[in-house]
Design a protein around this ligand. Structure first.
Ligand code: DUC
Ligand code: ZN
Ligand code: ZN
Length: 496
């Protein structure tokens, strides 16, 4: 139809986002976005609608964040419940620009995976305001788990799981690691690894305690870099041997990053993630007497300024595909960090720092605004790559016709000073108190539903949906494989 001058084509969209600058993992362009039935139904210029229109002039219109590493309504290995449930955790995530989160469903030893999933469905379904899935934490991969339960869980669309090489109550030995990698390979699932050498940490910890170094600030000393580097190297060898993809989570050292990059350069499917606390905090912050340093205890621990630079480089050059919050929130009181008493040793304080709401604003402010990463890298690191790796792409993680209308509208010039009061998690401190952050999401839309607007929660609890995921899609992941390299045939390939 040809329109006469001054006449515009009026269509109905349930929601129209007009006049913004859209960015995906690859492109930045001006476009209006028409949304119908929860999906993006049109991208174009000068779209007109009889339905509701949101003016996005001067704003960035980005895919909603996919937060793929957070601990929500989850007990630690010692049985301590995290501060955030699926309501406060998802609300906080949404205020931070996320429209999907993938927390953990954690198996206690002796527990069947079916029971684990029943528990977490119960915790999530009536509470989450954004879409969600889980990664399993596997602590007891016996025969029934490997042969029956894990494949059944994959059939339910839970295509990833995490294993620990440390923490006495959850860790797997190398043989168990090989067992689970083998099952993962067969089903196209992704194994996430907490890589720290358990014996090394226990060895150092015992000596520290014997010599009277008890305070939480020694936590960082008790988890030396060598513990991470050795475990990452071992995990990588196991993944290469089985020929299974592996994601090393919360990488905190330069040498571990290099091990990942070298492995991928050799053609292996090894991927890496780091977290905002390794970019913005250092162990110097723990240099205080008494229990307060417990606020910064996390594993792997905070490092130093030089390592921060190495972590930025690994994000810039494609060694890491993800920046995730590892939100593991324990309040600074007797329900959390001080649950064993007012003066915990570094061994007793719960591990983890909060950060689900600040992950993307910090990365935008310090990454994009300061020229460390491009806007498109920001989108891939916070949304698209996670959607791909965890089997949600293209439904999630991008802006295109036919995808879920999961969109965060950002005011790139809004500047705010971080304080615990402004955040929506269930915490009584933030390690980022006082940080000046420029660039915040102001409207957040999940499947066409406005979840956050004008600083207010608009979505009902329980309105987020459980997402059945596909096998992980590792095509097109940023990588650095040498073109002439011919990898040795894997163990499994040799048997074929
Ligand atoms: N380390 C973990 O492995 N999980 C939760 C938080 C932390 O610090
Ligand atoms: Zn971990
Ligand atoms: Zn974690």
């Amino acid at each position: 139809m040809n329109l006469a001058e001054g006449e515009s084509k009026m269509t109905h969209f349930d929601l129209l986002i007009k006049g913004g600058t859209v960015a995906t993992a690859v492109d930045t362009f001006a476009a209006d976005i028409g949304i119908n039935d929860g999906k993006i139904s049109a991208l174009g210029s000068d779209l007109q609608s009889t339905g509701r229109t949101i003016n996005a002039e001067g704003k960035l219109v980005l895919p909603g964040g996919v937060e793929s590493h957070c601990h929500i309504a989850q007990e630690s290995s010692f049985g301590l419940m995290s501060a955030d449930d699926y309501e406060s955790g998802s609300v906080s995530a949404a205020f931070g620009g996320n429209t999907t989160m993938i927390p953990f469903a954690s198996q206690k030893r002796g527990q069947s995976l079916y029971e684990v999933l029943d528990i977490y469905h119960e915790r999530a379904a009536s509470k989450s305001v954004i879409d969600y899935s889980y990664h399993l934490i596997l602590s007891d991969p016996g025969e029934s788990v490997l042969k029956k339960e894990l494949p059944a869980v994959f059939d339910q669309g839970i295509m990833s799981f995490k294993v620990f090489m440390t923490y006495d109550l959850v860790k797997l030995d190398d043989g168990q690691m090989l067992d689970v990698l083998d099952v993962a390979r067969e089903h196209g699932a992704l194994t996430m690894v907490h890589a720290e050498n358990s014996a090394l940490i226990n060895w150092v910890s015992r000596r520290l305690l014997e010599r009277g170094y008890r305070d939480p600030k020694y936590h960082a000393v008790s988890h030396p870099r060598a513990a991470e580097v050795e475990a990452v190297q071992r995990a990588v060898q196991m993944a290469e041997f089985i020929d299974a993809p592996m994601l090393i989570v919360h990488v905190s050292t330069e040498k571990a990053a290099r091990a990942i990059s070298t492995a991928r350069y050799s053609g292996s499917k090894i991927f890496g993630e780091t977290c905002p606390h390794y970019l913005f905090l250092t162990s110097e912050q723990m240099n205080m007497p008494g229990p307060e340093a417990a606020k910064f205890c996390c594993s792997p621990p905070l490092r130093d300024n030089k390592t921060q630079e190495a972590m930025w480089q690994a994000l810039q050059n494609g060694t890491f595909q993800l920046i995730s919050s590892d939100h593991a929130a324990y309040r600074y009181d007797e329900t959390g960090k001080l649950n064993t008493g007012p003066n915990p040793t570094f061994k007793e304080c719960a591990n983890g720092v909060p950060g689900i709401e600040l992950r993307m604003p910090l990365m935008y402010s310090e990454g994009v605004r300061k020229g460390r990463i491009s806007l498109n890298q920001f989108v891939s690191l916070t949304s698209t790559n996670a959607a791909k790796m965890f089997g949600l792409h293209p439904r999630k993680g991008t802006i295109a016709v036919g995808t879920d209308a999961d969109i965060a509208i950002w005011d790139p010039d809004l500047e705010r000073r971080v304080s615990v009061e402004m955040l929506h998690d269930n915490m009584n401190y933030t390690p980022y108190e006082g940080f000046i952050v420029k660039g915040w999401p102001t409207t957040v839309i999940n499947r066409g539903r406005v979840v956050i607007e004008d600083g207010t929660l608009k979505a009902a609890k329980g309105s987020g949906e459980f997402l059945k995921r596909k096998p992980c899609d590792l095509t097109g992941m940023p990588g650095n494989v040498a073109p002439e390299f011919i990898p040795e045939k894997s163990f499994n390939a040799r048997l074929r």
